[in-house]
Design a protein around this ligand. Structure first.
Ligand code: ATP
Ligand code: MG
Length: 333
């Protein structure tokens, strides 16, 4: 029987700050779980990080990007099975983004909820931030991606990628593979510890907001102890508040087992016991990742070699697409 072609997976994380357990639960652990089934491309999207110039430290962006690449490997992405590279290594991302910028109506961008909510709280945002879903579309379409494993917050951006691909095809006749979103059943949207109504994010300033993948055990315990719950004192399985639900989601992601088992494990227990139980699971789960991260980061030359090798493989594939795209829109070479 003819072997069926593996599906192409593309995803990434922005090197905008310390990666947190939301990034691991919602995205990276999904990449790891599905890794053997697919043809994988995992990118450290450093060009995306530039969209919020106030949030990045230019002198540190390079090293933060290397940290993220090392974390991918430490979390279980195998560089022999998956391509891991920095977005800026492959210039075709920026080139395709420009071409797609030119075919995307501004009305589509005005509907992006992430932009709208950020614009409400921030006085001035860059044009790059406004157009960032189009750069993301370029990232995805460049590799004719079938599946995009991401957190729930990215659903609208994957949908707009499909629309952009369709519009491009209508205008220029070139067919990009239409990508589908892939999300976790539980943990696709981990909430902030300080505010269970807000998504856990790297770029939130409250130090009690997120658990970093590299946080020390004592810090993890302290953050969880201060996590916002509700006015009750014990877990009631029949009526879980948003904060408690979020803690149980985190527990399940690290301890494994089903959602029902996780709820049963804490039903009737006080919030103090819940928080300690979650902390134990998170600390145990992050320990091997942190150990492996330190080893990888100690040998920067090896990490750089891996990125160079992978970056070349990505660039070759990206250039194959771009040759056709340039021909389709009529620009030289
Ligand atoms: P930033 O605040 O810089 O946007 P972020 O935490 O949202 O940081 P991203 O780099 O934008 O992180 O996203 C990386 C991946 O992690 C994406 O797939 C995103 O959907 C996923 N992700 C981010 N936050 C969460 C979360 N709280 N729960 C589940 N998945 C998440
Ligand atoms: Mg984000």
């Amino acid at each position: 029987m003819a072997e069926t072609k593996k599906k192409t997976v593309f995803s990434g994380v922005q090197p905008t700050g310390d990666l947190h357990i939301g990034n691991l639960i919602g995205a990276i652990s999904l990449w790891v779980r599905e890794q053997d089934k697919h043809d994988n491309i995992f990118c450290v999207v450093d060009l995306h990080a530039l969209t919020i110039p106030e949030a990045i430290r230019a002198d540190r962006l390079r090293s933060t990007s290397l940290d993220v690449a090392a974390l991918y490997v430490a979390c279980g992405i195998d560089p022999d099975k998956s391509i891991i590279f920095l977005q800026s290594q492959v210039r075709q991302h920026a080139e395709l983004a420009w071409i797609l910028d030119c075919v995307t109506p501004t009305g589509w961008m005005n509907r992006m909820t992430q932009f709208k909510s950020k614009a409400e709280t921030q006085e001035s945002l860059s044009t790059g931030y406004y157009a960032y879903p189009i750069l993301q579309a370029a990232d995805i379409l460049l590799y004719h991606t079938d599946l995009v494993p991401v957190g729930e917050d990215q659903r609208q951006h994957v949908e707009i990628t499909q629309d952009i691909a369709q519009r491009f095809e209508g205008l220029f006749g070139y067919h990009f593979t239409r990508p589908e979103i892939m999300v976790q059943q539980v943990g696709a949207r981990v909430m902030g510890l300080d505010d269970p109504a807000a998504k856990m994010s790297k770029s939130t300033s409250n130090p009690r907001h997120a658990i970093g993948l590299l946080d020390e055990p004592s810090v993890i315990l302290k953050k969880l102890k201060s996590a916002k719950t509700d006015s009750r004192t014990a877990v009631d399985a029949s009526d879980l508040g948003a904060g408690v639900k979020n803690l149980i989601t985190i527990y399940q992601a690290f301890a494994g087992g089903s959602w029902d088992e996780a709820v049963k494990r804490f039903d009737g227990q006080g919030y103090g016991a819940l928080k300690t139980g979650v902390a134990d699971a998170v600390i145990a789960g992050l320990e091997p990742i942190q150990r492996r991260f330190r080893e990888l980061r100690e040998d920067e030359a090896a990490l750089t070699r891996m990125l160079e090798r992978s970056g070349e493989a990505a660039a070759e594939r990206a250039e194959a697409t771009m040759k056709n795209v340039r021909a389709a829109v009529g620009i030289w070479r």
